[in-house]
Design a protein around this ligand. Structure first.
Ligand SMILES: *[C@@H]1O[C@H](CO)[C@@H](O)[C@H](O)[C@H]1NC(C)=O
Ligand SMILES: *[C@@H]1O[C@H](CO)[C@@H](O)[C@H](O)[C@H]1NC(C)=O
Ligand SMILES: *[C@@H]1O[C@H](CO)[C@@H](O)[C@H](O)[C@H]1NC(C)=O
Ligand SMILES: *[C@@H]1O[C@H](CO)[C@@H](O)[C@H](O)[C@H]1NC(C)=O
Ligand SMILES: *[C@@H]1O[C@H](CO)[C@@H](O)[C@H](O)[C@H]1NC(C)=O
Length: 895
């Protein structure tokens, strides 16, 4: 065949001087071609972010060595480019390093491969494209490897980038040819079945990258493979800490050995009848498949014991005393896998049999599991109708923070509202959960914004809001709009902003959540008027927020100029002080705002002492808690005072930031009403005394936690548990990362990447107010632990290799507020402290050969120590602390 073609080409004079461009392979009828084949797999971690080339420590990995025979058993008589190729693998063997420390290379090792039979597969090949493969009963691992070899034969040279169906799905491919060499690169393979889950938060994910290149040298003058080398690398890098990276490198070598006559040739008109004849001849039927390899999502990683056993093993971790520590987060992640695999019956059994003390923590896991079985159990088990709201509210909060809510979960949560709920608190929390789920659902996939379920929930919020008769009802629904953060709610929010008061403030906060990019002229106009009190009863915090949003959304000379001019008013020193600090922090974050403000202040009409020297004691700033290469941990302090020096509200926000994203971790706010008003103000505005706490976790704003309202309740107030123990305000484990992706290598073997992260939180506090001494002391203890597990595994039935990392640590941030409202001006002292903590990054590698004793196990530990610190907040606070705290120390001193 080739000779004939060659003669024709010689005749027209192109053959020697200018070889015909290679387009695809040419395996001739009646011949068998023998090749040697070797695949290599290496796994390792790569913690060097400056140079990704330097692998740390020993690799784990293996080789599979074999020969294969490729025979043309049928060829279309009308189109010689259409063929049926038979691929036989000849005695594959596994090669591994015999021991962990062995450096002398790798040796043949017994494995299940040795006990397998190797039926051939048939490849329907048409002009370089593998149409289908035909399989006989075989082990899955070997089918995959054979499909991998079949995919090497897929060469359909094209000058432009094209798409090909491959072992890894539909891939973009590019070819380059030079002489007898073909270079093929593959990109962006998309599996036909599973679409990877989308997540909007980069910091809550890892990045998985892959590169693949194949170089084929053809035998000169003959379109058959002489040698083939394929190199691939897939890597998972944690976005939050890029030093946590694991990778798999894979290589394939194929070498031509010889060719033999193959008398077995089928004559048939088409491939279908050829296969029919073949099947008859062999007495076996074929299974038709595409090249694509399906990965099995149900294989378990790590500890695969039944759920009940897992619960027993980790029950110690699940005690509430470990909340806020890595131990709790670790137990949570271990059990999560077990719950995901478990049936409804098994899950029920666990809740029946497990010890009482860990049940609430098990509910955290159940909320994060998100399987239909788990949700069935949870919605049956949790008593939403009960008077004791603690468990139901905690469960709802865990649901509210899940990374991938689906429609089923939203529908189930929505249905809760139809139950006979005894507690308004639970009802309020259901609204919080529902709205937060909607927000994540829309963020993960913008298409969901137009979905029926989102519209249903949004309509429900608006309908119920319209029907509210009581301020608490309105407040709860505005809080839902704040958590949902849907731009279509802007018009109704503007109405509430105009009305002012505490509802106006929550509506303004909701606007902030929706984001400046959705503000039109009307919104900016309302913000402007709210700040300048065109409508009465604007809360001071709402005005400050209006100013902040104006600076961000409308940084024009005229708007910024008006804001600056307003600072001259001496009636509102605290508001002016806060607005000025908002201007300065907005400048730090945004260059456009910075240049606009600078331009305004350059004009001495604006940039002068009258406006820029503010003497209020309120403050607002954000500082770095910890800077790493990939992320900054920040804390923000907001403190709004009354003109008399009394605290109105304060908050402490913790967040993670990189250049693209600001991930909110936790925010603790305290608010105090009715203290420190002048007698006149008291008459004019007879607010009741009240105090409370406002918490947000992972962007979910919880319903306010009221310590007390009314003077009567206040008189004997000590908000703390038995024996002065702090009262828990937020205790739970949250799933913050949840990612799983399989990538099929060119050799047909799957690499599974899995990432899971848990946040364990324990926030508790005490408040003591003495009306006698006219002072107050509040302490909020905020402990949290983060644990991130990353797994990379390359498993086949004959060898299993893993490299995993665990990254985590726990820390605490305590906030102490002391108030003295006996004298004027009043004194307040805010202290923030953080004890020592350690952050660990461990990497474990294992390799086992099922059925043999071979085991390689390594563990590398790294730790970073962070010394404890007490934060130097702002100067006015320090001065105030000195005055407030010093006398106490003297009093308690021996002298
Ligand atoms: C990271 O790689 C760079 C460049 O290869 C090298 O100079 C440096 O020592 C490596 N750092 C570590 C911690 O291995
Ligand atoms: C594998 O086959 C060998 C002989 O071919 C036999 O001795 C051995 O028991 C088999 N092992 C297993 C696990 O089947
Ligand atoms: C400063 O601003 C005032 C008020 O807008 C304006 O009248 C004046 O021309 C400005 N001066 C300069 C130097 O731009
Ligand atoms: C701030 O300055 C104003 C007058 O400029 C004064 O009335 C007020 O008492 C000062 N406030 C404080 C806290 O010093
Ligand atoms: C962390 O903050 C510093 C100072 O604001 C900034 O220069 C740096 O780019 C930040 N790092 C990241 C990863 O965002």
């Amino acid at each position: 065949m080739w000779i004939a073609l060659s003669i024709i080409f010689s005749a027209i004079g192109v053959s020697k001087s200018l070889p015909a461009p290679v387009s695809s392979l040419q395996y001739d009828s009646g011949l068998s071609y023998k090749y040697s084949y070797q695949l290599t797999i290496l796994l390792n971690e790569d913690s060097n972010i400056t140079s990704r080339s330097a692998a740390v420590g020993r690799n784990v990995g293996y080789k599979v060595s074999s020969e294969f025979l490729l025979s043309n058993v049928w060829q279309s008589s009308s189109d010689p480019k259409e063929k049926l190729l038979k691929l036989e693998l000849l005695k594959p063997t596994l090669l591994v390093s015999s021991t962990m420390h062995s450096t002398e290379g790798i040796n043949r090792h017994w494995s299940k491969l040795d006990n397998l039979s190797y039926p051939p597969i048939y490849i329907h090949w048409n002009d370089g494209i593998v149409q289908k493969v035909y399989l006989l009963p075989d082990s899955q691992s070997l089918i995959n490897i054979k499909k991998g070899i079949a995919s090497l034969l897929q060469l359909h040279v094209s000058n432009t980038p094209t798409k090909e169906a491959d072992v890894a799905g539909i891939c973009e491919v590019r070819y380059k040819t030079a002489g007898n060499t073909i270079r093929k690169n593959k990109y962006n393979c998309q599996k036909s079945s599973s679409i990877p889950k989308q997540q909007s938060s980069e910091l809550r994910m890892s990045t998985i990258t892959s590169t693949s290149e194949m170089i084929v040298d053809l035998i000169p003058q003959e379109n058959i493979i002489q040698t083939l080398t394929s190199r691939e690398e897939v890597m998972m890098t944690l976005n939050m800490w890029k030093q946590a990276a694991v990778f798999v490198k894979s290589k394939i070598h194929v070498n031509f050995i010889d060719r033999q006559k193959n008398p077995f040739v089928i004559s048939a008109t088409d491939v279908k009848s050829a296969l029919g004849a073949l099947s008859k001849e062999m007495g076996q039927s074929f299974k038709e498949e595409t090249l694509e390899i399906e990965s099995d999502p149900n294989i378990c990683i790590g500890n695969c014991k039944p759920l009940m056993e897992l619960v027993k093993e980790y029950s110690e971790n699940m005690h509430s005393s470990h909340l806020g520590k890595v131990k709790s987060a670790a137990g949570f992640l271990k059990l999560l896998d077990g719950f995901r695999r478990a049936s409804k019956k098994d899950i029920f059994m666990v809740f029946k049999k497990a010890e009482e003390a860990i049940l609430t923590q098990l509910l955290d896991v159940l909320a994060a599991t998100q399987s239909t079985d788990a949700l069935d159990v949870a919605f049956e088990l949790v008593e939403f109708e009960s008077k004791d709201t603690t468990i139901a509210e905690r469960f709802l909060l865990c649901l509210a923070t899940v990374p991938y809510p689906n429609e089923d979960l939203i529908v189930r949560t929505l249905k809760l509202l139809h139950r006979k709920l005894k507690s308004e608190k639970v009802r309020a929390t259901i609204l919080v959960t529902l709205s937060s789920l909607i927000r994540t659902y829309c963020k993960n996939n913008p298409k969901n914004k137009g979905s029926v379920i989102v519209k249903d929930v949004s309509d429900l919020f608006l309908r119920e809001l319209g029907g509210c008769h009581h301020i608490i009802c309105v407040l709860n629904h505005l809080l839902a709009l704040k958590n949902a953060a849907l731009p279509e709610h802007i018009p109704i929010l503007l109405e509430y902003i105009k009305k002012g008061g505490i509802l106006g403030l929550v509506a303004m906060e909701a606007l902030k959540e929706i984001g400046e990019e959705h503000f039109n002229k009307e919104v900016k106009n309302v913000l402007f008027r709210a700040y300048f009190q065109f409508w009465p009863h604007q809360e001071s915090a709402a005005r400050v927020l209006a100013a902040e949003l104006l600076i961000k959304s409308d940084s024009t000379i005229s708007t910024v100029g008006s804001l600056v001019l307003s600072l001259a008013s001496r009636e509102q020193p605290e508001i002016s002080t806060l607005v000025l600090s908002k201007v300065y922090s907005a400048m730090k974050k945004n260059d456009a705002i910075s240049s606009c403000v600078k331009e305004v202040l350059r004009n001495t009409t604006f940039g002068n002492y009258n406006y820029l020297a503010q003497n209020g004691t309120s403050t607002s700033y954000e500082h770095l808690l910890l800077a790493t290469h990939d992320v900054n941990v920040t804390y923000g302090i907001n403190m709004e005072m009354r003109p008399a020096g009394m605290l109105k509200r304060t908050s402490l926000d913790l967040g993670l930031q990189n250049n693209h994203e600001n991930l909110h971790l936790i925010s603790l706010g305290l608010f105090v009403e009715g203290f420190g008003l002048s007698d006149e103000e008291q008459k004019e505005n007879p607010e009741e005394h009240s105090a409370g706490m406002q918490l947000s976790v992972l962007g979910v704003h919880l319903r306010p936690y009221i310590f007390f309202t009314g003077t009567a309740e206040l008189m004997g107030l000590v908000w703390s548990g038995v024996g002065g123990e702090p009262t828990p305000a937020l205790q739970a484990n949250f799933l913050i990362m949840d990612q799983m992706q399989s990538i099929v290598l060119q050799n047909g073997i799957s690499v599974d990447f899995m990432l899971k992260g848990a946040l364990s939180a324990d926030v508790s506090g005490t408040v003591e107010i003495s009306m006698w001494n006219k002072n107050a002391h509040a302490k909020v203890k905020n402990s949290g632990a983060l644990l991130v597990n990353g797994f990379c595994r390359v498993d086949t039935s004959f060898v299993e290799s893993h490299v995993d990392f665990a990254l985590g640590g726990s820390s605490a941030l305590d906030m102490v507020v002391d108030l003295d409202f006996g004298k004027k001006p009043m004194k307040i002292c805010l202290q923030v402290e953080q004890p020592d903590y350690i952050f660990r990054h461990n990497v474990r590698k294992t390799e086992t050969i099922p059925g043999s004793k071979h085991l390689i196990k390594t563990l590398k530990r790294r730790s970073i120590h962070f010394p404890g610190r007490s934060f130097n907040l702002h100067k006015k606070n320090s001065d105030s602390c000195k005055e407030l705290l010093l006398p106490k120390k003297q009093a308690s001193s021996f002298w």
